[in-house]
Design a protein around this ligand. Structure first.
Ligand code: ATP
Ligand code: MG
Length: 328
């Protein structure tokens, strides 16, 4: 495990963004910076931390953890469904196939849980029994495992205020967002990935609670894009203590953003207006959580580097992308 001191010393130099004008226009998601060529997408996972759809600050080593963990899963799951990964020339960089994104996020849930308004528990607790077009039985308790995993799709960023909007399978097909054939392909891939992920996590002492997958089309072929089974796209609980705590109606021990959301919720912040600044101890705790998830899942030690990393990112991309001699 990386020492607190190393994390604290890295705070002033974390990777907020990277400017590589040689690659053309810089695009930004909440967490990733990316550059696009007709066939490739250079995805740089920064240390930016988002929750409630807001950037709250930066966490040392978070970008490297996310990118390398996604790369681990991409290589393990390529037989289930094709994915966008081509190479990882730097811990924070993924060279990907540039796909036409499908504007639906496939959220798979193995447990009934959550605090956000799109979570099933939020609706279930208010008495709804048909949620995302799916029927749920009476008598479920918060954090209970569902009889089988369910898919609760949302639009990707297309909803009101840029927030994701809930959908059902039939609405997606009726509105012609995706054809039935393609949707069913996505559904099958998502459930198979979730099953594979849950089993691998279980062996490593974690429960994969829920996750979201994004797909795109590359040369007409269904392709998994963005990230997979990372702590930004998924929630993980500690398997060892789950049953005991569930019986006692205690919240599971988690390894995900819920911890951060709860900290902000306690301060009365739920995503509106400027967020309160993150205290240094919270930053250290979060960095350790991200690193712990990486080490648990992959069974490998996380290698911390020395910040700043802007130059090594540029150099490694340049070596990969040979027509950029000015950077070498
Ligand atoms: N191979 C790919 N081809 C095309 N688009 C991709 C690919 N991989 C990722 N993307 C898109 O690139 C962006 C990556 O940025 P990031 O993950 O930071 O975004 P986000 O905050 O999750 O989402 P948003 O775009 O809604 O802000 C996402 O919009 C994602 O859908
Ligand atoms: Mg994303």
């Amino acid at each position: 495990m990386v020492q607190s001191n190393k994390i604290l010393k890295s705070i002033p130099q974390v990777l907020k963004t990277v400017d590589i004008p040689e690659l053309g226009k810089k695009y930004q998601g909440k967490v990733r910076d990316f550059y696009v060529t007709p066939d490739r997408r250079v995805l740089i996972t920064t240390d930016r931390q988002s929750a409630f759809d807001v950037i709250l600050g930066c966490i040392p080593f978070k970008g490297a953890v996310l990118n390398q963990l996604a790369a681990f899963w991409f290589s393990k799951t390529k037989k289930i469904v094709a994915n966008h990964m081509i190479s990882v020339p730097h811990p924070n960089v993924l060279i990907a196939k540039n796909c036409r994104p499908i504007p639906v996020e496939m959220v798979v849930r193995g447990y009934i849980s959550g605090v956000t308004k799109t979570s099933i528990w939020y609706s279930y607790e208010r008495g709804e029994r048909i949620i995302y077009g799916l029927k749920f039985p009476d008598g479920l308790r918060k954090n209970q495992q569902l009889p089988c995993p369910v898919i609760t799709p949302t639009t990707h960023g297309g909803g009101k205020d840029g927030h994701d909007e809930r959908l059902t399978k039939e609405e997606i097909i009726k509105r012609k967002i995706v054809s039935r054939k393609l949707y069913e392909q996505m559904e099958k891939a998502a459930l198979t990935l979730f099953d594979f992920g849950s089993k691998l996590c279980k062996r490593q002492g974690l429960i994969l609670v829920d996750t979201k997958y994004e797909f795109g089309l590359y040369k007409g072929k269904l392709t998994l894009i963005d990230e997979i089974h990372t702590p930004d796209s998924s929630r993980f609980w500690k398997a060892e203590t789950y049953e005991k705590r569930f019986k006692k109606e205690l919240e599971p021990e988690n390894f995900d953003k819920e911890f951060l959301r709860l900290w902000y919720a306690k301060k009365g912040y739920r995503g509106d207006g400027p967020p309160p600044p993150m205290p240094r101890q919270l930053i250290v705790d979060l960095a350790k959580r991200y690193i712990a998830v990486y080490e648990k899942i992959t069974g490998q030690k996380f290698n911390p580097y020395h910040y700043p990393i802007d130059d090594s990112i540029k150099k490694n991309i340049a070596i990969w992308n040979h027509p950029l001699p000015s950077l070498i």
